[in-house]
Every structure is written in structure tokens, then in C-alpha cells.
Design a protein around this ligand. Structure first.
Ligand code: E4P
Length: 218
């Protein structure tokens, strides 16, 4: 399973990259706003800065909701760097944009996926990735991981190449559950990735090993 970090924070992206397990980055307009990045030139520069840090795909989201606008923005975004994947919302014009970009060999990530039907449409339109938001589904008492499983089954049934990118991951158990059901990618915060390495018995064990070493070597 590929690990993407879901942030526009350069420090966190560097930290995840330094850990050696990072496969890519996802951003969205809210995450860019959280870092205070606004204005087209600053946004484009920020995407370039992200691309310069990571070895992997960087999802950059369009703001337009009409086909022409999405195509214009997407074509500008992919000029920034070969790592850019154009993130398109799951709306009618978005499906058309997915089809357009796929016919041009431009990679896409269809975002705001909350149902198997939406994921099926995105795959048929040639999306490279689909992003089902599991945390937001869990927030409304709906089984986010269950949706990942359902989409994987549908894609397997028909041999779709579209990768299932589990998004809106909130904690380490989400990551483990994504891996159990076979999601292709998960995107989440650095805190959830770092939480995977924590275990009290590891800390206790290491403390004892070091204390025993020091007894005979000090
Ligand atoms: C997906 O690419 C989105 O950026 C993201 O995962 C949404 O997560 P949230 O529900 O924590 O905002």
C-alpha cells in the first residue's frame, strides 16, 4: 500500500519524506488555505515546492466547476512538474474532465467520492485514482472502510486500472484497516503515520536493553 501525506505543510512533508516511507502527497483547497497560501502564483509556486521534496505523485486540485475551466486549470497544473496529478471533483462536469484528461494521458485523482456508484463512474471515465473519504463517512455513522472494500470488489470484477486512494484517513487504525482490505493507497496526516510505530512494549524493551548494555559497558 502506498503512503501519501494529506497536507500542504512543507515541514510535515519533509518529515514524512525523511522517514523514508512516503510515496506522494495530496492537497486540497482547504489544506492550502490552512497554510495561508493564496493567489494563483503563490499556489503554483507552493505546488512546485512540494514536488521538489517528494519522490512521487502530488495531487493538485482544480477550483473550477465547469469543464472548460477544469481543463484549463488542469493543463496549467501539469506544466508545473511531471509529478502533478490533477484532482477533479466528482460532479457531472468532473466526469467529463476525467475522460478528457485520460484521453490526453494526463493523470487524475477524482475527489469527494462517497459512494460505489461514483467510484464506478470515475473508473469508467478513466481516473487514475479515486479518493473515497473514509473519515467523513465514519463521521456520519457510515462505514468508510466498507466503501473501500466495495469499490475494490467492483474494480477487481472488471479489471479497472483505477487505483483506490483511501482519503480522509484520521488515525492509525484507519491505515491498518485500509491495508487489510487492500486499498492501493492511503492518504492521511503525519500524526497517523507516526502513530504506527508506537508501542509501549517497544519503549520498555529498548529502555531495558540500553540499561543492560550500560551495566557492562560503562
Ligand atoms: C483527500 O484527498 C482530502 O484531501 C482529504 O483526505 C480530506 O480529509 P479530511 O476529511 O480529513 O478533511
Amino acid at each position: 500500500m502506498k503512503f501519501f501525506i494529506d497536507t500542504a505543510n512543507l515541514h510535515e512533508i519533509r518529515e514524512a519524506q525523511a522517514l523514508g516511507v512516503l510515496d506522494g502527497v495530496t492537497t486540497n483547497p482547504s489544506l492550502m488555505a490552512k497554510e495561508g497560501i493564496s493567489g494563483k502564483d503563490n499556489i503554483m509556486r507552493h505546488y512546485k515546492a512540494i514536488c521538489d521534496i517528494v519522490d512521487g505523485d502530488v495531487s493538485a486540485e482544480v477550483i473550477s466547476v465547469d469543464l472548460e475551466g477544469m481543463i484549463r486549470e488542469g493543463e496549467e497544473l501539469v506544466e508545473i512538474d511531471d509529478k502533478i496529478v490533477v484532482k477533479i471533483p466528482m460532479i457531472k462536469e468532473g466526469v467529463k474532465a476525467l475522460k478528457y484528461f485520460s484521453s490526453k494521458g494526463i493523470r487524475t485523482n477524482c475527489t469527494l467520492i462517497f459512494s460505489a456508484g461514483q467510484a464506478l463512474l470515475a473508473a469508467k471515465a478513466g481516473a487514475t485514482y479515486v479518493s473515497p473519504f473514509i473519515g467523513r463517512l465514519d463521521d456520519i455513522s457510515t462505514d468508510g472502510i466498507g466503501l473501500i472494500e466495495q469499490i475494490l470488489t467492483i474494480y477487481r470484477n472488471y479489471g479497472f486500472d483505477t487505483q483506490v486512494l483511501a482519503a480522509s484517513v484520521r488515525h492509525p487504525m484507519h491505515i491498518i484497516q485500509c491495508a487489510e482490505v487492500g486499498a492501493d493507497v492511503m492518504t492521511g496526516p503525519l500524526s497517523a503515520m507516526e502513530a504506527l510505530l508506537k508501542h509501549p512494549l517497544t519503549d520498555i524493551g529498548l529502555e531495558k536493553f540500553l540499561a543492560d548494555y550500560n551495566k557492562g559497558n560503562s
